[in-house]
Design a protein. Structure first.
Ligand code: 13P
Ligand code: SF4
Length: 466
């Protein structure tokens, strides 16, 4: 199913995880897919004898449609406590026939619809997506690779994006206008992306303009250059496009920040404070030169002196999944496995990145494992579906997640095979469900910020004791 482009993108062939023997994660327990494990934990808890690791929320074992019509909130898991912005996507009622279909029936229906749609359809699956959905993906990769993959299938009228909302928006902006990008469950948002809404960013920008003005210095540098992480709404990407700014991903953040510092005296980085802080520190910027902007406080809660003398203003956003990793988990992993190599995602806190051997994007983590010798041991600090898949793919290595509690990206986890069957069978009937369309007035400036990033030579984000 994965063609040459999939290989070039670094995506891996789908279905491989089903062929290989499940491997342990979080140390010592044999498990299959993350969803199967979560269901087993629930059964164990009901019987009062769970021998498997715990999950961070019992709600994860429920069907996503049980939450779709509940307001407010994206659903179970770590993002439940995050602030849900007004206008966040809401999923309508999933027809009963999909709720009650067995796994076998859904599998048959999805495969049949996929076959009948043929080249008119491409299914994209993010690294963090559950295996029960990934098995149908034509391409598997990180958010940026998937946006590129969407572009590579000009014959596809429908691009079904099994990821989260901002990823589908980016795919829509980079694909042809006649290609429909579909998010099978509209409640699959990114809680971190939602922490920076456009109104708060505009308020912040106006306050920064009051302090720094808008005149360039003698070297032609603007007072502030805005940089947004790919994990942000299209509106924020458009804001960056309109204000001399740029988009970055976790694999090119350092390259992008260098570009921004050539054009600006300081950078406003949103929404992830940790990626911003970790990247700036790796570039030699001191913590005293960074401010943390909390949109719920006057003047962002920042000290004026630090703002004036600083180089980086970090937005007060974070990823609920990556925030769970701790220095103590790394200490335990090293104690139990003296030869372990610890790699964490740069959305983890600075303390965790410092304690790890290396930090890097999802793609970098995957590449490091693929290049490692048999017998290597890795403790990984990123989303559990990816870690478990890598463990399944590499039975010759010991690969486990730093966190022994199973805590997937609860919003991405809301893409369930039932939704996939529903959107695909609708497409067969000529009905386009859950189309993500970014209005051209936003898409046009957002593309400017994306294209600025694309023109930069991509480099792997790398820091620590690599
Ligand atoms: P990638 O950009 O590596 O796909 O990661 C997206 C993400 O959501 C990380 O938490
Ligand atoms: Fe967003 Fe975190 Fe999920 Fe990534 S893992 S999509 S940053 S909530």
């Amino acid at each position: 199913m994965c063609n040459g482009l999939g290989v070039a993108l670094g995506s891996f062939a789908v279905g491989e995880s089903q062929k290989r023997k499940p491997r342990p994660f979080a140390g010592d327990k044999e498990v299959g897919s993350i969803d199967e494990t979560i269901q087993l934990i629930r059964i164990g808890e009901q019987q009062g004898s769970s021998s498997l690791n715990a999950a961070c929320s019992s709600g994860l074992a429920a069907n996503p449609w049980d939450f779709d019509e509940m307001a407010p909130g994206y659903g179970p898991g770590a993002s439940m406590a995050d602030i849900l912005p007004a206008g966040a996507p809401r999923q309508g009622t999933l027809p009963q026939e999909y709720r009650h279909a067995s796994k076998q029936e859904l599998d048959l229906r999805i495969r049949t619809a996929k076959q009948s749609l043929g080249e008119r359809l491409v299914i994209l699956g993010h690294f963090y997506q559950r295996d029960e959905v990934i098995r149908y993906a034509d391409f598997v990769g990180d958010s940026f690779q998937l946006a590129q993959a969407a572009k590579s299938r000009p014959a596809a009228e429908a691009i079904v994006f099994c990821g989260v909302h901002f990823m589908a928006e980016t795919a829509d902006m980079l694909s042809r206008p006649d290609q429909a990008v579909i998010l099978p469950n509209l409640a699959a948002g990114c809680s971190m992306a939602d922490m920076a809404d456009i109104d708060s960013v505009i308020d912040c920008w106006e306050e920064l303009e009051d302090i720094f003005g808008s005149a360039r210095d003698g070297d032609g540098r603007a007072p502030v250059v805005p940089v947004t992480y790919m994990n942000s709404s299209a509106a924020l990407k458009a804001f960056c496009g309109e204000h001399g700014g740029v988009v970055c991903t976790s694999s090119n953040a350092e390259t992008v920040l260098r570009w921004a510092f050539e054009r600006g005296q300081r950078v406003l980085f949103f929404p992830d404070q940790h990626l911003g802080r970790n990247t700036a520190r790796a570039m030699g910027i001191r913590l005293e030169q960074m401010s943390l902007w909390d949109p719920h406080q006057a003047m962002g809660g920042c000290d004026m002196q630090t703002l004036r003398n600083g180089r980086v203003i970090l937005w007060h956003g974070f990823c609920s999944v990556h925030k769970r990793f701790t220095v103590e988990q790394i200490r335990l992993a090293r104690m139990r496995h003296p030869d372990v190599r610890v790699i964490v995602h740069p959305e983890c806190t600075m303390e965790v990145v410092d304690a790890a051997d290396e930090s890097g994007s999802t793609d970098l983590i995957r590449k490091r494992i693929e290049a490692a010798a048999p017998g290597s041991t890795f403790a990984i600090g990123t989303e559990i579906n990816l870690v478990q898949r890598l463990a399944n793919e590499h039975p010759e290595q010991t690969i486990f997640c730093l966190d022994s509690i199973i805590c997937p990206c609860s919003t991405m986890y809301r893409i369930h095979p039932s939704y996939l069957a529903w959107v695909l069978e609708s497409l067969e009937r000529g009905e386009v469900r859950n189309r993500i369309t970014v209005p051209e007035a936003i898409a046009q400036p957002a593309r400017i910020a994306l294209e600025r990033m694309l023109r930069l030579q991509p480099g792997n984000y790398l820091s620590g004791r690599a």
